[in-house]
Design a binder for this molecule. Structure first.
Ligand SMILES: NC(=O)c1ccc[n+]([C@@H]2O[C@H](COP(=O)([O-])OP(=O)(O)OC[C@H]3O[C@@H](n4cnc5c(N)ncnc54)[C@H](O)[C@@H]3O)[C@@H](O)[C@H]2O)c1
Length: 392
């Protein structure tokens, strides 16, 4: 059953174009919100349209989770969040409501608590799918507190999988990461590239998560997709939701924005003597809304897949397929925003791979997924969010 709605797809395209052309969302928003609400309301009412399916989204108040709520609603789903807000605030759901006209409810539950987790699942036992975002993700923190990371990222996954099985929820999407590849020797990395030595406990929890799903899929009736995100950046073009760093950011685009905004005194480029085209590290940046949309496509894909394929989880790279150096990213920000960035070249940082970027053709073939946002729109939307206060 195709759950996409043409009107919502057109609306999203318009948003993307507007962002790409540098049109500020606030000017378009009143019009688009009116169209969106009218459209969603009309889609809710008639009896000849299928009942709205719930999707359980763990970590729905987080960065990627909140953007996925927007995409799920646009596609006609009714998402329900489970988030203990240990790394987020429920206020981000106000932004989701301003974009979609819908208030998503959040169950503030720690997913390590098996009983409380089951209680929530029992109230949404007819859900069409589970998307499991909830995890801790900060690399240096995982080095400092490995037990905290193993406890949270592994035990939450085990509880969520057990409930998915108990309530017969047919589709499960797992947030994995390009960190599973470690310091890959061959580029671009494909889904066949073997797991590398993990650079930190966080990366190991993602490898463990994929292994757990691989084993569990053999005996489960659900279908599984693990999505390996590369470097999600940017914010929703409305400026209503975006990334709220839990602590001082250690990834490039938030650091660029913080520097441009004066929250950081300087931007340090960690090394310019790598074997790359300008000596700085290469990463694969992909807009968070493109990542979010892939989750809807993954549910659609599982819904169409034969039951016989269930026991083989699918893994997919979600990247732009293009590598960007640190200096190119800085220039892209300057061009997109008209602001000059002060930076200095510092020493290399331990654990940084010289280059990582994706081969994303499998996601294109299986999901019909292609990133819609370019680097310019990633920078513009990140900066717009930062200027709005960036707090949700
Ligand atoms: N953002 C990235 O750069 C990136 C890259 C690759 C993979 N990922 C993965 O994607 C997922 C989402 O990442 P994000 O950037 O949105 O992170 P985020 O920190 O913004 O969101 C995670 C959410 O999960 C919640 N959470 C954490 N532990 C929980 C628990 N035990 N019970 C209930 N809620 C809990 C947090 O409060 C937070 O709202 C994570 O699994 C992350 O590892 C993220």
């Amino acid at each position: 059953m195709d759950r996409r709605r043409p009107g919502s797809v057109a609306l999203r395209r318009l948003e993307t174009r507007a962002a790409g052309m540098g049109i500020l969302w606030p000017r378009l928003q009143p019009w688009l919100s009116a169209i969106s609400c009218a459209y969603l309301d009309s889609a809710r009412a008639p009896a000849n349209i299928r009942p709205v399916s719930e999707v359980i989204v763990t970590g729905g108040c987080g960065y990627i989770g909140s953007h996925t709520l927007v995409e799920l609603i646009a596609a006609g789903y009714e998402p329900v969040s489970i988030d203990d807000n240990s790394r987020s605030s429920e206020s981000i759901l106000d932004g989701v409501r301003r974009i979609t006209g819908r208030r998503v409810s959040n169950h503030r539950v720690d997913l390590r608590d098996a009983l409380l987790t089951e209680e929530v699942f029992s109230r949404h036992s007819g859900a069409a799918a589970v998307i499991h975002f909830a995890a801790y993700k900060t690399v240096p923190e995982s080095v400092a507190k490995p037990l905290v990371y193993y406890d949270n990222n592994v035990n939450s996954l085990l509880n969520v999988l057990a409930c998915t099985e108990k309530y017969g929820i047919p589709h499960f999407i797992f947030s994995s990461s390009c960190a599973v590849y470690g310091n890959a020797k061959e580029l671009p990395v494909t889904e066949e590239t073997p797991f590398g030595e993990p650079e930190c406990p966080y990366a190991r929890t993602k490898q463990m998560g994929e292994h757990i799903i691989q084993d569990f899929a053999q005996v489960s009736n659900a279908g599984f997709v693990s999505l390996r995100y590369f470097n999600p950046v940017g914010a929703h073009p409305s400026g209503e939701i975006g990334e709220v760093p839990f602590s001082r950011p250690d990834n490039l685009v938030p650091r660029i924005c913080w520097t441009a905004n004066g929250k950081l005194t300087e931007l340090v480029v960690h090394g310019d003597d790598y074997d790359t085209r300008d000596g700085t590290c290469i990463r694969d940046y992909v807009h968070v809304s493109d990542i979010a949309r892939a989750h809807v496509l993954a549910i659609d894909y599982l819904a169409k897949s034969p039951i016989a394929n269930r026991h083989s989880p699918i893994t997919l790279n979600l990247g732009s397929g293009t590598g960007t150096t640190v200096l190119e990213a800085i220039r892209a920000f300057e061009q997109a925003t008209g602001r000059k960035l002060d930076y200095r070249i510092g020493p290399r940082r331990a654990g940084d791979a010289a280059a990582v970027y994706s081969d994303n053709r499998k996601a294109e073939v299986l999901l019909d997924w292609r990133p819609e946002y370019g680097l310019d729109a990633m920078m513009k939307t990140a900066w717009q969010w930062e200027q709005s206060g960036g707090r949700g």
